[in-house]
Design a protein around this ligand. Structure first.
Ligand SMILES: Nc1ncnc2c1ncn2[C@@H]1O[C@H](COP(=O)(O)OP(=O)(O)OP(=O)(O)O)[C@@H](O)[C@H]1O
Ligand SMILES: [Mg+2]
Length: 242
């Protein structure tokens, strides 16, 4: 098993943003994490990936306990992620931004191999722009693609993708889903995919966990959770399931 996160809790003052969430991911497996706005999806990822220390619960990554390990350590071990709102270095070029991933990720490459890995990652994600353009010139969708290339250049065994598909047109969605599957198949990585677009969840996730107010309310295949009355009431609404 790649990741075993058990009963993760994250409190912010009096608010329990994540309340005993357990999630496991195997190599090559894509697990969906869904729920309404503010449900705690991003906070859960942050509590496992080292942005936050969980208030309670345990994390094992690659068979070793990593509870509370900081993001830099988790990245070196092979956990890389994209961000709901990407924040690249604006003055660096797209290539240089991705090189940062190659230098500081599990590959920890020096400058020349890092450049090669960054070029390969940008090519793999079919980055649609000039790779020598500064990141500040990229639009939101292009920035998400850049963020994916950076995460890939880290050399991950496990990836967290946080709303990577938001803002895409239906045609672009299909391209993105195919790309995510290609990353999984080529590199054998496991993934947690946070997404509001159900087409993406049903299209690529073999298992889905649904949370509401930080608390798990359903788990199963995408078909199973989409038919669960609790999920329909909390998140999907009647009209989605006909
Ligand atoms: N750093 C923080 N300090 C205090 N409260 C926070 C912090 N980060 C998140 N929260 C709160 O925790 C709850 C969960 O937020 P989170 O961003 O994890 O939700 P989400 O499921 O990712 O939502 P969305 O679908 O809108 O991205 C929200 O009530 C949010 O306001
Ligand atoms: Mg979020």
């Amino acid at each position: 098993m790649l990741l075993d996160a058990q009963r993760i809790v994250k409190n912010f003052g009096g608010l329990t943003a994540v309340n005993r969430v357990t999630l496991q991911v195997d190599a090559g497996q894509i697990v969906g994490l869904i729920g309404p706005n503010g449900a705690g999806k991003t906070t859960f990822l942050n509590s496992v990936a080292g942005t936050y220390k969980p208030s309670a619960g345990t994390v094992h990554f690659l068979g070793k306990e990593t509870t509370g390990a900081v993001a830099e350590v988790m990245c070196r071990k092979g956990l890389s992620r994209t961000f709901q709102i990407p924040r690249p270095f604006p003055k660096l070029t797209a290539l240089e931004n991705v090189m940062v991933g190659a230098v500081f990720g599990a590959n920890h490459a020096s400058k020349t191999p890092a450049r090669k890995r960054a070029e390969e990652a940008l090519e793999f994600v079919e980055f649609p722009m000039d790779i020598h353009a500064p990141a500040e010139r990229l639009n939101a969708v292009q920035l998400k693609r850049l963020d994916l290339a950076r995460a890939l250049a880290c050399g991950p065994k496990l990836m967290f993708l946080d709303e990577l598909a938001s803002g895409l047109t239906p045609g672009e969605l299909d391209v993105m889903m195919a790309l995510i599957l290609r990353i999984r198949d080529t590199f054998g990585v496991g993934m947690i995919v946070v997404e509001h677009i159900m087409k993406v969840i049903t299209g690529i996730c073999e298992r889905v966990l649904v949370i509401q107010y930080g608390t798990p309310i359903a788990q199963g295949t995408s078909k199973e959770v989409m038919q669960d009355p609790k999920v329909i009431e909390a998140y999907l609404g009647e009209e989605v399931v006909t």
